[in-house]
Design a binder for this molecule. Structure first.
Ligand SMILES: *[C@@H]1O[C@H](CO)[C@@H](O)[C@H](O)[C@H]1NC(C)=O
Length: 101
């Protein structure tokens, strides 16, 4: 049992490292896109990378518990997730402002 737990821990660490390496290149920039789709519930937030002198691609960066994932802004599901995050924020805003009145 203990060795299974250790293996799971190592695998979790490894995949966290992979995510972080993928997300941050030399200047903390996304340099390529992840192709796998992330379950919406794993996403805690996002940031946007635009092309600059040091960052060479546009990207949406999803923040998860395990790290950051660089996504292609051209993908419809990526933008849908951002819309859903906005809805979620609106929902907590609505709930909070109700309890404060
Ligand atoms: C929040 O409230 C606004 C205005 O009352 C409403 O139009 C909107 O649908 C609500 N959004 C959510 C996510 O509950």
């Amino acid at each position: 049992m203990a060795s299974i737990k250790a293996t799971v821990a190592v695998l979790t660490l490894l995949s966290a490292c992979l995510l972080i390496t993928n997300a941050s290149g030399h200047h903390g920039c996304c340099r390529s896109y992840m192709t796998a789709r992330i379950p919406f519930l794993k996403i805690k937030g996002y940031s946007v990378q635009t092309i600059t002198e040091t960052c060479h691609i546009h990207a949406i960066i999803f923040h998860t518990k395990k790290g950051k994932a660089c996504m292609n802004p051209a993908l419809n599901w990526v933008m849908q997730y951002i819309h859903r995050l906005g809805n979620k924020a609106q929902m907590v805003h609505n709930k909070t402002s109700k309890t404060q009145q």
